[in-house]
Write a protein that binds this ligand. Structure first.
Ligand code: GLU
Length: 375
């Protein structure tokens, strides 16, 4: 594909909003009318049955202004404390602006480990999946109040890309100070040329990024390119567009100036490739003929269909799925550890609570976490 896709092509969109768009540093207040216009756009996409997630910065910037802190760099504990004040205001604002459209906002605060550690990643992923199923719009930020220097993303661009991966989104929108990528930083070069489409992130593209950053955002173009690499490798398209216009998503939809970063693969294929290829299977689930047929019809693997569990695996590990004759049917990420899997196999999902004492997922391997041979 070498032309920019249309917003309407996507079914699950992560929208990242930078601090400088949300907070007017002069007045020290949220930019309410702009935010309302963004909420209008989100509501429209949401009504058209798309899933929307928002990654919202602004906690520290907002906390600063509520606390009337002087300009200049903050010490770590100061920014953590400022974030605690700002985040609560930020969450309330999102709940209000989305609530006006009868959309239930939800708040998810993540730390680096939540996306980088496999088990926690899966856990956060299930929560987000449930919120989306309930048609909520999750509003996500880094948990700046507890994140320390060594263990933080620091910028919400890469965080947003990881969230997009975690949520199996198909598009990441970065609303920014700037309307996309230029062949050199436009602040330093008036002749810099805007690049509307990046089919692949090459070294040359990376070199164009420079370091542009505004007062509030720690991001700049460099972290946006990093985000682009994460997203496009995971099968997610990314678009950078200016947030300095009202209804910024509608502007993208109508072909406004932006830079599209295309993923070479569609999301399903890339994710499935990752499951099929890059993980060492830790165990084997043998399933009955009925389950084989169900999987081939596109269903998830339920505990009832599993007749044997081998190996020492933990929740979230990759396992091989074999048919009753031992032939490999596919691979997937298992939702239970080996011990629990053995306890609930051959049993209906309704019994999980009874057997394990917790209400785990009803699937042993969810369809989204599975790749079948020949797919
Ligand atoms: N998480 C930070 C905040 O909410 C923002 C990080 C960024 O702007 O990239 O204040």
């Amino acid at each position: 594909m070498s032309k920019a896709p249309a917003l309407a092509d996507f079914r699950r969109i992560v929208v990242k909003v930078g601090s400088s768009l949300l907070v007017d540093s002069g007045a020290g207040k949220l930019k309410q009318p702009w935010l309302a216009s963004l909420a209008d756009d989100i509501a429209k996409l949401h009504k058209e049955k798309r899933d929307i997630l928002v990654v919202s910065s602004g906690a520290i910037a907002l906390g600063r202004s509520v606390l009337k802190l002087p300009k200049g760099p903050l010490k770590l504990e100061e920014s953590q404390a400022a974030a605690a004040v700002g985040q609560i205001a930020l969450a309330r604002t999102w709940a209000e602006v989305l609530g006006k459209h009868d959309i239930t906002a939800s708040q998810v605060l993540v730390t680096l480990d939540d996306t980088e550690e496999r088990r926690r990643y899966l856990n956060a992923r299930s929560t987000i999946a449930k919120l989306l199923e309930w048609r909520s719009v999750p509003v996500i930020n880094e948990n700046d109040t507890v994140a320390t220097t060594e263990i933080r993303y620091g910028d919400n661009d890469r965080l947003a890309a990881r969230v997009a991966t975690m949520a199996s989104a198909d598009l990441l929108v970065l609303l920014s100070d700037i309307d996309g990528l230029y062949d050199s930083p436009p602040a330093a070069n008036a002749k810099a040329k805007h690049i509307p489409l990046v089919p692949r992130i090459t070294r040359e593209i990376e070199a164009m990024a420079g370091d542009a950053a505004s007062d509030h955002s720690r991001g700049g173009m460099r972290t946006k390119i990093e985000a682009g690499k994460i997203a496009t490798t995971a099968g997610i398209h990314m678009v950078i567009a200016s947030g300095h216009v009202n209804n910024p998503l509608a502007a993208i939809a109508s072909g406004g100036r932006a830079t599209w970063f295309l993923t070479p693969a569609n999301p399903v294929t890339a994710r499935k490739k990752w499951i099929a290829g890059s993980l060492e299977p830790k165990g084997v689930l043998t399933i009955d003929a009925g389950a084989v047929a169900a999987l081939r019809r596109g269903k998830s693997l339920l505990p009832a269909g599993v007749i044997r569990v081998d190996g020492e695996f933990g929740r979230g590990d990759a396992v091989v799925i074999r048919g009753p004759d031992g032939a490999e049917i596919g691979r997937g990420l298992v939702a239970y550890d080996a011990e629990d899997a053995a306890k609930i196999m051959r049993r209906p999902s309704g019994d999980i609570m009874l057997i394990l004492g917790i209400q785990g997922r009803s699937e042993m391997v969810h369809r989204d976490d599975m790749v079948l041979g020949g797919e």
